[in-house]
Design a protein around this ligand. Structure first.
Ligand code: GLN
Length: 569
């Protein structure tokens, strides 16, 4: 199916006229010492406070993998795969940027080592290098620079923020550091480098140590790049003594050492940064108008709602997310479902409710008797997924939610499995399955989409699912229609399988309402049970979580959380 062409949106949610210089400025964010210290949310928060100054901001992420996109990586390796509106499968940080900036980002704002090499090699094969010897340096950094500049210019950005994945000193991001060096050398006034570094406070000493950050700064220097600002991540605030030390030994001005202690909520970070005048400092470094303050009014109202909801012990809502990618060794991962979890929170905060989100592994429910444990939750959500692991458990959970009338929200696989459960247990099609798990099953209630069959046959598996934005029309009188308050919607997708239309009449007869379909009626995009039979039972073939934002909670999540709260009272 062809995508409907859509008018392009502005890159910035703010439509204020640009207050900045005619050419884009570039802020690179690199990591020092170690990963996992929140470089992505730090970069998003920097972008957020600059946008709040009325600047037009866009954000890019560079990942140092050979994978051409994030779509082929196991979520337990890499975290959530975030799908952009054009359908590119990217890193979860792109989701953070979209949420913190409240805007849709184009596919050109994401690149990996693999995608950069792929385009250089394609160009070489097309003789676009005019017979020249194509070399890792400078041709790879030049391609990186070309992409960054194109993204900034196409966004008509005052500032483009570029996060370089990984940590300085890693062999695999050296070519991206080389791109920074070359850009800075070409236009020193337009490029600023921010190093997000970690300062440990070893329990045995109880003192914050700056040495790893000094070493990271030197490592960055050895690539020819000098930090203009250091964001000092630590468990506690950085005192003036350590700031002075970092300034002296890392060669930055003391006021450009910004303290970033652990916070209760990531949404506090932009507000904390402004207490340290971060946006003003960056504007000064970039030669942008630095007077005045960032207007974080709407953001602060969201954070205030969040804080009020969190202490509201009278109005709680407990949602179980039943997935399969929760554990790695002894650790629990919630990153894989990051957007889903944030979406639940935004809706709960908007409703003035305190959300408690419980991660449950579907494998636990393979034993049907354990489904009783689900009584503890006000609502159950089964998110997207792939493959056969944990499926019997998910089907048991869905059956329990349906028959015990616990509000249920199924996303993508969570919708396909809800239809499958209904076919098995209500239509009595005991052999029903999805082609993904059992291609030989008698009743393939969920089957592969026509356009996907060939791709699988040719092992053409990277970036070839039904991806990105597609429109759907909503049935009058449905739950979905009343939640969206609209007859037509556009949502982001990521799947290969679909509901088999041969079974749709029988499913409809027994009470499944296909309340959202593709405009031509061929693809079932939303299923629900009528309000007379169930308080809230909705499944979507698309991923609404990719469109939920702090300042714009998603209507379906809000309807689900509201129903869960009301039923749980
Ligand atoms: N595995 C299913 C499909 O490919 C669902 C995908 C998903 O949940 N994102 O159709």
């Amino acid at each position: 199916m062809k995508k409907t062409p859509r008018p392009s949106r502005t890159t910035s949610a703010r439509r204020t006229p640009s207050v900045a210089a005619p050419t884009p400025k570039y802020i690179f964010v690199v990591g020092g010492v170690m990963s996992g210290v929140g470089k992505g949310v730090t970069a998003s928060s920097i972008a957020c406070v600059l946008q709040a100054r009325g600047l037009r901001v866009t954000a890019l992420k560079i990942d140092p993998y050979i994978n051409v996109d994030a779509g082929t990586m196991n979520p337990t390796e890499h975290g959530e795969v975030f799908v952009l509106r054009e359908g590119l499968e990217t890193d979860q940080d792109m989701g953070n940027y979209e949420r913190f900036l409240n805007l849709d980002l184009p596919a050109k704002n994401y690149m990996t080592t693999g995608s950069v090499y792929l385009s250089v090699i394609k160009k070489e094969r097309n003789l676009e290098y005019g017979g020249k010897n194509v070399e890792v340096v400078p041709d790879i950094p030049l391609e990186v620079i070309r992409r960054i500049k194109t993204a900034a210019q196409d966004a008509i950005a005052d500032v483009a923020l570029i996060e370089v994945g990984g940590t300085v000193g890693e062999y695999q991001n050296i070519l991206f550091l080389e791109a920074i060096r070359m850009m800075k050398q070409e236009a020193p006034a337009d490029v600023v480098t921010v190093m997000v570094s970690y300062l440990p406070v070893p329990g045995s000493i109880g003192e914050m140590k700056t040495k790893p950050t000094q070493t990271a700064a030197r490592t960055l220097n050895s690539a020819g790049v000098f930090a203009d600002m250091i964001i000092a991540r630590s468990s506690v605030p950085v005192d003036d003594k350590r700031k002075a030390k970092i300034a002296t030994f890392c060669n930055v001005r003391q006021e450009n050492v910004i303290s970033a202690p652990d916070v209760e909520s990531i949404y506090d970070i932009p507000i904390n940064f402004e207490k340290d005048n971060l946006s003003q400092r960056l504007c000064e470094l970039l030669g942008l108008p630095a007077k005045g303050q960032a207007d974080l009014g709407a953001w602060k109202r969201f954070v205030a709602k969040q804080k009020a909801a969190k202490v509201n012990s009278k109005q709680e809502v407990t949602i179980a997310v039943v997935g399969k990618y929760f554990t790695t060794g002894d650790f629990v991962l919630s990153d894989v479902y990051l957007s889903v979890i944030e979406s639940i929170k935004y809706s709960a905060y908007a409703l003035g409710l305190k959300p408690t989100i419980v991660y449950r592994s579907s494998v636990d429910f393979t034993d049907k008797k354990r489904c009783k444990e689900l009584d503890a939750y006000d609502g159950i959500l089964v998110p997207g997924g792939f493959g056969a692991t944990g499926i019997p458990g998910k089907l048991n959970v869905i059956e329990y939610a349906r028959t015990k009338k616990i509000p249920y929200f199924g996303i993508c696989y969570g919708m396909q499995l809800a239809v499958l459960e209904f076919a098995k247990n209500v239509l009595g099609l005991k052999q029903a399955s999805t082609e993904e798990i059992d291609p030989k099953a008698k009743d393939l209630v969920v089957h592969i989409m026509d356009e996907q069959r060939e791709k699988i046959a040719h092992s053409d598996l990277g970036g070839t699912m039904r991806l990105g934005e597609y429109p759907a029309v909503l049935a009058a009188g449905s739950l979905a229609r009343s939640a969206y308050k609209s007859a037509e919607i556009i949502e982001r997708h990521r799947h290969r399988y679909e509901i088999n239309n041969d079974y749709v009449p029988a499913l409809r007869d027994r009470g499944v309402v296909f309340s959202g379909t593709s405009p031509d009626g061929r693809l079932m995009e939303i299923m629900e049970l009528s309000r007379e039979t169930h308080p809230f039972f909705v499944g979507t073939q698309f991923h609404p979580e990719f469109l939920a934002r702090p300042l714009r909670p998603h209507p379906l999540f809000t309807a689900f959380v509201k129903a869960a709260y009301e039923e749980g009272k």
